[in-house]
Design a protein around this ligand. Structure first.
Ligand SMILES: Nc1ncnc2c1ncn2[C@@H]1O[C@H](COP(=O)(O)OP(=O)(O)OP(=O)(O)O)[C@@H](O)[C@H]1O
Ligand SMILES: [Mg+2]
Length: 451
């Protein structure tokens, strides 16, 4: 039985803090998870939730901290809507000591997922993004956050949404469009979700797309709402979801570039080396890095300083209290094992990269595989033309395709000119494909599948 089926309490009906904790305890027992299971589930998601912390949070009359609550609800495997309800109830109880406001009295929807833990190393980006969204300008604006798989686009957008809650008092809408995941979400069903969140009764939600868009625009025209559209592959899929209200703002995240989407564009790069090591240390658990700082730096570099890879590496270390960091660094140095080491539970760096790789043309895939066979070399445009065995113009088109999907990086060389480079994780993935491994790292793929 899933946790969803087991719940028979609406957290928004809870009036007192001790009752909130009691119901949370009840929820835990309905999920059938032991404290140990919760610790394990949380770790799979990159959260540290020690047994003792959860036990004491569930066995006292005071409200748990919101970060702890969010991590706990995610470890329970609750659907997002349910998590949002619990967090909303928590907020109401926090704001009004002793008693909760009547259910639904604020009326403002908040569909943002919870923020599990504070962001590391993104203060500059959060400030710049917030400033761009709050710039006084009575016109609907859009901020596009672009970057490679696992760089932290969703994390940044969600943090931003929470930080700006008071600036958008009529609500925060959020939807994962699944553009670079296994199955894309139909914007029509997202509109239905948004309309209901904005107060439309299900029976009044129009059946057709045009009717839904018209009602959506009508409802937003005089409100101050932030709309977060996560994981968008192509601009046309979200045009209907962009708010028209002069006081509304949208945040779009994408692994592509979406240069044709009007607005400000923020390109998110991997973390700096120190922040990357700090994230690894937090995910691995207190004290794990002490005495092994050099190995931690090495792991971070082998992970390309990519937050997703660092969380996975950290979760694997946390699950193996006796493993030394230098042993993990050695395993990651082996290109044949690197992506196997970066898999925990159902999170696999390899599969995330595969979902971007699928968007390449056959020649784009070949170009990436060729660049990845050359270690961590940097290429000039001219060198790639020779490597791909094509003319300069065609090589430039292939490079554009790889850059557009953030599968390679470009930098300006000190003497001028551009240099192109494949990150260590994408290179490991592309080399596996060259060696006939499939998207799960298994050998024996035919030449056609390999492409
Ligand atoms: N700055 C950060 N500090 C701490 N944790 C981070 C940071 N950035 C990302 N993370 C964590 O790293 C993991 C991957 O981040 P996230 O899912 O946001 O990446 P993404 O760019 O949205 O990936 P995708 O393209 O696959 O959607 C998440 O667990 C997230 O919480
Ligand atoms: Mg994302």
């Amino acid at each position: 039985m899933t946790a969803l089926q087991a719940i028979d309490v609406d957290p928004r009906d809870i009036r007192h803090r001790d009752e909130f904790v009691a119901q949370l305890r009840r929820l835990k027992s309905r999920t059938g998870l032991s404290y140990r299971d919760i610790e394990r589930h949380a770790r799979r998601r990159g959260h540290i939730l020690p047994l003792s912390t959860v036990y004491s949070a569930l066995n006292r009359g005071t409200l748990p901290h919101v970060d702890l609550l969010a991590a706990l609800l995610l470890a329970f495997d609750l659907p997002e809507g349910e998590v949002a309800r619990w967090l909303g109830a928590h907020r109401t109880l926090t704001e009004e000591p002793g008693t909760a406001a009547p259910c639904g009295s604020t009326g403002a929807p908040c569909l943002l997922p919870p923020i599990p833990l504070p962001l590391i190393g993104r203060d500059g980006e959060v400030d710049a993004a917030a400033a761009s969204l709050l710039e006084p300008n009575r016109a609907p604006r859009c901020l596009v956050i672009a970057g490679p798989a696992g760089v932290g686009k969703t994390a940044l957008a969600v943090h931003l949404g929470h930080r700006l809650i008071d600036d958008f008092p009529d609500g925060q809408l959020y939807a994962d469009l699944g553009g670079f995941h296994e199955s894309a979400v139909d914007p029509k069903s997202v509109l239905s979700l948004f309309l209901r969140a904005l107060g439309a009764h299900p029976s009044t939600v129009p059946r057709g797309m045009d009717g839904r868009v018209a009602l959506y625009r009508t409802l937003l025209s005089r409100r101050r709402v932030l709309v977060v559209l996560d994981n968008v592959a192509e601009s046309h899929t979200v045009r209907a979801l962009l708010p028209n209200g002069l006081e509304c703002r949208a945040v779009v995240t994408t692994r592509a570039t979406l240069a044709d989407l009007c607005g400000s564009h923020l390109s998110l790069a991997p973390l700096g080396p120190d922040d990357a090591t700090a994230l690894l240390g937090r995910a691995a658990g207190i004290g794990r890095v002490t005495g092994e700082e050099a190995a931690a730096d090495e792991i971070a570099a082998l992970c390309g300083n990519l937050p997703l890879a660092l969380c996975v590496a950290g979760a694997r270390l946390a699950a193996r209290p006796h493993m030394r960091l230098r042993d993990m660094a050695r395993a990651l140095s082996d290109e044949d094992r690197r992506l196997d080491e970066l898999t925990v539970g159902d999170i696999a760096v390899r599969r995330r990269i595969a979902l971007s790789y699928r968007f390449l043309t056959t020649s784009g895939r070949r170009a990436l595989r060729l660049m990845s066979m050359c270690g961590d070399a940097e290429f000039t445009g001219r060198a790639t033309a020779a490597l791909f065995d094509v003319g300069r113009a065609e090589a430039d088109l292939l490079l554009d395709q790889l850059l557009e999907l953030h599968l390679i990086e470009a930098r300006t060389a000190p003497g001028g000119g551009t240099r192109f480079h494949v990150s260590p994780l994408v290179a490991a993935f592309a080399r596996e494909r060259s060696l006939g491994k499939d998207e799960d790292g298994h050998r024996g793929t035919s030449a056609t599948q390999r492409n």
